[in-house]
Write a protein that binds this ligand. Structure first.
Ligand code: SAM
Length: 327
């Protein structure tokens, strides 16, 4: 039995948030003060996650992303990544990070079996990086990105959350990075999730971003491959890398969504943009069998909404915090 939801979507992609903690406080992700943190006992242990992943793989999960919070701040993460990469049946294992710890740990990440990394980078300006993230670490993150490129990680996706009045003046500079670097630049529409420091101003949506960066040259569509996410992909003629748009608000891609999320606190969440979840940590710690835990996967999948209700200009917000759910 595989994870197929009532809309006949095959869920084969699990994103795991291994911690709700982060060493940055990006203004679109978390409130700057007083973030309630999960206590150690409330977070799934690595052994628990590995058991759930093995169950998921038997149910058809083939693609896995480790995220957070910031995954690289959790103690023991490199050993955990190695264990994950040894699980039979996983075709794709990747990592999303803010890049702060990359520089000194790339060899460990590579030895652990990770080939693909997504790195969040919302600006190319040091002062603005400080303003967005709360820390003056642009140079360190950029060095990590260059080193990852030089070590042959591929693809390296750079995730940019497009923010009106904050980084909208840099969209073309970001896109231009794809000319000489094999980077995949991903422009992400800001999603109203949890408490953050973002106001309610107008959102910068993918069609507008695309229009602005088209001034650099013709955007040639790139065909999506089977393991691809929802990004609309393009390449400038002669460029080494790509640009792409994640248009979660302006153009829902729910009909193609193949994702399930496991949060740091052990909840299975069938949709990022809906607060419905199934607790799997409780049953796991009560000693349920693999078959009983598999049934919780099926229950989550049965509740995957056909579509999410968020749209630009719509006052709805998702209550869960992005850093705990895992972006
Ligand atoms: N700490 C890691 C990082 O910074 O990449 C992983 C966790 S972070 C929550 C995962 C991704 O979610 C990042 O690319 C981040 O930019 C994105 N993200 C966070 N809050 C968001 C929001 N409100 N709207 C859109 N993307 C968001």
């Amino acid at each position: 039995m595989k994870l197929i939801d009532p809309c006949n979507r095959h869920l084969n992609y699990l994103r795991i948030s291994i911690t709700d903690r982060c060493n940055l406080k990006c203004l679109y992700c978390v409130p700057r003060d007083q973030i309630a943190r999960l206590s150690h006992k409330d977070i799934l242990t690595y052994e628990e996650i590995l058991r759930l992943v093995k169950i998921g793989v038997k149910l058809g999960i083939t693609k896995l992303r480790v995220t957070g919070g910031e995954p690289l701040v959790r103690k023991g993460v490199y050993g955990f990544l190695s264990e994950l990469s040894r699980i039979d049946g996983l075709a794709d294992l990747s990592l999303t990070t803010n890049g702060v710890s990359l520089k000194d740990n790339l060899t460990r990440i590579k030895s652990a079996g990770i080939k693909r990394i997504n790195i969040s980078l919302d600006t190319l300006k040091r002062n603005k990086f400080h303003k967005i993230t709360g820390l003056d670490l642009f140079d360190q993150v950029w060095r990590g990105i260059e080193m990852a490129r030089d070590m042959g990680f591929h693809p390296i996706k750079l995730n940019i959350v497009a923010l009106n009045g904050i980084n909208d003046d840099e969209l073309k500079d970001m896109a231009r990075l794809s000319f000489d670097n094999p980077f995949y630049i991903r422009f992400i529409e800001y999603m109203p999730i949890g408490d953050s420091q973002m106001g309610n101003g107008p959102l910068l949506l993918a069609p507008e971003i695309k229009k602005r960066i088209s001034e650099l040259g013709q955007l040639i569509p790139v065909r999506n491959s089977i393991n691809d996410g929802p990004a609309q992909r393009y390449r400038f003629a002669g460029a080494r890398g790509e640009v792409g748009f994640i248009h979660a608000l302006s153009h829902h891609f729910c009909d193609r969504c193949n994702r399930l999320r496991l949060t740091a606190s052990g909840k299975l969440r069938p949709c990022l943009l809906s607060d419905h979840h199934e607790d799997i940590k409780g049953p796991l710690r009560e000693g349920r069998t693999d078959d009983e835990l598999a049934e919780i996967f099926f229950k989550a999948v049965r509740h995957k909404p056909s579509d999410h209700n968020l749209a630009a200009g719509n006052p709805l917000r998702v209550c869960g915090q992005m850093h705990a759910i895992g972006g």
